[in-house]
Ligand binder design. Sequence first.
Ligand SMILES: Cc1ncc(COP(=O)(O)O)c(C=O)c1O
Length: 388
Amino acid sequence: MADSKKYGMNTRALHTNKRFESLSGDVMPPIHLSTTYLNDIPGESDYFYGRLNNPSRELFERTLASLEGIENYEDQHAFAMASGMSAVSIIAELAKPGDNVVITKDVYGGTTNYFSKIIRERGVEVNFCDFSDHEALEKLLNEKTKLAWIESPSNPSMNLYDLQKISEIVHKNKTFLVADCTFSTPFITRAFEHGVDIIMHSTTKYIGGHSDTLGGAVVCKDSELHEELMLYQRQGGAVMSPFDSYLVQRGLYTLGPRIKLHSENAHKLAEYLDNSEFIKEVRYPGLENYQNHEIAVKQMDYFGGMLSFYLHESINQEKFWKSLDLYKLAVSLGGVESLIELPYLMTHDKAQGTEASAPIDLIRISVGLENIEDLIEDMDSALNESKK
Ligand SMILES: Cc1ncc(COP(=O)(O)O)c(C=O)c1O
């Protein structure tokens, strides 16, 4: 294809340029399993060794970078990693002993745990802070602040921060603003457009989209930073496998339409919950009464498939889980099927008792692609059956 850059998001997801065309003319790219490649002369070949580069991984890395708005994605591709946490870990490599990092309080429990245990032990100061309190954030920033870390929206409280404002605050120092955009994907928020320097994803979620592949990805705008992250990816070695690369590339083909339907379903479910006498509070960016709705309108193309809420005291929580049929009680998110979980006891259990603990009674739903009437009816009957 001549110039895939000029096309819209869905077209680019399908037609971003590969580096070479298949000899057999495959319409869909094959999975390249070889771990080593022929050299024309010693040390000279386009592909060299599977950990350093692989055509299946590279195609995904190019397509994702293109979707995030990187014009020269041929040179400045994304980095596909073995998991979302290995994506977190190569970004964290940027902070050296004596540096400090600032993280929003409500992030994924694994990220909290990684920074508060592993990164602190390396001699990096780690501070958690509510990024909506701009004064508190500014007080923590200084010339030693390497990273400011945000989730957009946050897991599990669905908080949204004004990325543009935060980037202006953070960039008064030479700090990189990192956004974990696992919940949004580039089909909802292209964080570079709002001043973010490094974007990361757990591709295990919406990008893979079918709860059958583990992976992560990092994208950055700056070419020097790209070189440094490439070193950590390739020499650290936690790269995405060819098969997972194939699955996430396939995930990108349908990501746009899936995000649209996830968002439509989640919005309708959020409206139902918001009107229910059995629910105390619903946290969904698309609701007009949601505290960050204005920010959502500014930086989200869709409001996404994730929501969280608090049950009313009149509901027996255990009975409620057990009465649900279509929502499976399980961690993870972003798959075609609806999942429900209690973050305090499940995804965020390691953060219990820390400053980044999840609220004890918050419930999170990843709204799937089932018929929304069925999802609402299942929710309605479970709530009615679990009155105390
Ligand atoms: C927002 C967010 N970031 C990162 C991760 C970690 O990703 P993975 O489980 O693929 O390592 C998760 C996992 O749930 C997540 O929800």
